[in-house]
Each structure stands twice: as C-alpha cells, then as structure tokens.
Design a protein around this ligand. Structure first.
Ligand code: ADP
Ligand code: MG
Length: 241
C-alpha cells in the first residue's frame, strides 16, 4: 500500500460463533476518501468496522491505516474513531463531560480536556449546550456530540456505523451534509456504513456493497448503479437492470 493510502484491507477474514461472517475482503481507500459500505442487514457491515477498530478478532488477512499495520494493536492504540448509531453517550453526564470522556485516560488534564471540548462544541454549534445532560439532547444534538468525540480523538480514520438511522428524514438529510463537511474539514478518511440506498449513492466517493460477508463490488456510485456486477448489487441499489 502507498504511504498516502488511508485504509487497506487485504484478504480480511472474520469468524463469529464458528461461522464465517466476513470472507476475503479486499478494499483500499485513499487518504481523505469518503467510502460508503452498504448492504442488507446481517451482511457483515458492522463486523467489518469492528474488525478495523480492533473490537473483533480477525481470522486472516491484514489491516493497514495511514501506512501502519493495525493487526495486533489493541483498540486504544489504533487511532481510529468509531461513531455508532446509538451514540454511546453517558446520559447523566453533560455535553462537555461526554466530549472530554476518555481524554483523561490519554494523559490530558481535566482543564485542557474541558477547553478542547469547548472548542469542538463551538465548531459543531453546541456551545450553548455544554452543561446540559446528554439525556436532554435531541437526536441531532446527540449525533453532533458523537462526532465531536471523534474529532477529539485526533483520529485520521473515522468509522461510522449507521450514524443517522435513528433520526427523522429532514434531520437525516441535513446531517448528511454536516458529516460530509466535517469529513473534508478534518481531513478524515471515513468509512460510513448504511443500509439506506439514497444515502449510499449521495454521499460516497466510492461505494462498496457487502452481501453475505463478501464485498461484491467497490466503485464510484455512478459505476455501480449503471454497471452492477451482480443481480444482488443491482437489487440493493434499487436498479431494476
Ligand atoms: P450488519 O451490520 O451488516 O447488519 P453484522 O456485522 O452485525 O451485520 O452481522 C453479520 C453476521 O454476523 C450476522 O449474521 C450476525 O448474526 C453475525 N454476528 C454478529 N455478531 C456476532 C457475534 N458476536 N457472534 C456470532 N455471530 C455474530
Ligand atoms: Mg450493523
């Protein structure tokens, strides 16, 4: 892989409960690329992100990010941020404390942590909400806090697992734009998982379709839509061809 590559998966294999869940996944994303992974429920999308983050063991293959081999590194050493659909915020803690959560463990003082949290909150339009408990936020606000955490991790590689699926349609459309802008501004390499065809086609630089643990096709959305490699890819994209 070139030093500039954001993410490289080679022959990735994952088994869970004695059953193959990901089979021979090859995928290379350029630094700064916004990659979308789509596919039906149960196809292995979440497992793929969790494998990259080091949260599930791999049974074969190699993972590289930013030129470093990640296999064998504990999750905390991977400099990868994972944003979930259910935000994983601590409901009784304030926005500031949720943002700063985990910074202490990385040797950042409480005072510096609060300052960094305030800066990120400002960039996300959350400055007025710093002292509010997470339980009292709207869905969109909670999602911004989750993105703020990814910003504070200083990660180059950001993995998002259906981050907008619990939001209503108008907010989802707005947050898509926000996420794309944040991705560009932060210079992230992003892998964004969704099962929503419209989201996949509108957001991706390149789009991968997972079916039954295999990456069926990985290409520009336009190419996938007009030249689906398999009936299953065409079916997923809603293309009757
Ligand atoms: P997706 O995110 O695309 O819906 P997942 O990655 O969550 O799919 O799951 C892929 C497959 O792996 C599913 O068949 C699921 O049941 C199985 N699976 C996920 N986690 C585990 C686990 N901890 N143990 C056993 N099987 C699992
Ligand atoms: Mg999933």
């Amino acid at each position: 892989m070139s030093a500039a590559a954001g993410l490289s998966l080679r022959g990735l294999h994952v088994e869970l409960g004695g059953r193959p869940v990901l089979r021979n996944i090859d995928l290379e994303a350029e630094a700064g690329e916004f990659v979308v992974l789509a596919g039906p429920s149960g196809s292995g999308k979440s497992t793929l992100l969790r494998a990259i983050a080091g949260l599930v063991p791999t049974a074969g293959g190699q993972i590289e990010a930013g030129g470093a081999v990640l296999d064998g590194l504990s999750p905390g050493k991977r400099e990868v941020a994972l944003v979930f659909q259910d935000h994983a915020l601590l409901p009784h803690l304030s926005v500031a404390d949720n943002l700063a959560f985990g910074l202490r463990a990385r040797g950042i003082s409480r005072r510096d942590g609060r300052q960094q949290a305030a800066e990120v909150a400002g960039r996300l339009g959350l400055e007025a909400l710093l002292d509010r408990p997470a339980a009292q936020l709207s869905g969109g606000e909670r999602q911004r806090v989750a993105l703020g955490r990814a910003m504070l991790r200083n990660a180059r590689l950001v993995l998002m697992d259906e981050p907008l699926s619990s939001l209503d349609a108008p907010l989802r459309a707005r947050m898509r734009q926000e996420i794309l802008e944040l991705h560009r501004r932060q210079g992230w390499t992003t892998v964004y998982v969704t099962h929503d065809q419209a989201e996949a086609l509108s957001m991706a630089d390149r789009l991968g379709v997972l079916v039954d643990g295999q990456l069926q096709q990985f290409d520009a959305p336009r190419a996938l839509y007009s030249r689906p490699a398999l009936v299953s890819v065409a079916a997923f994209l809603g293309n009757p061809a």
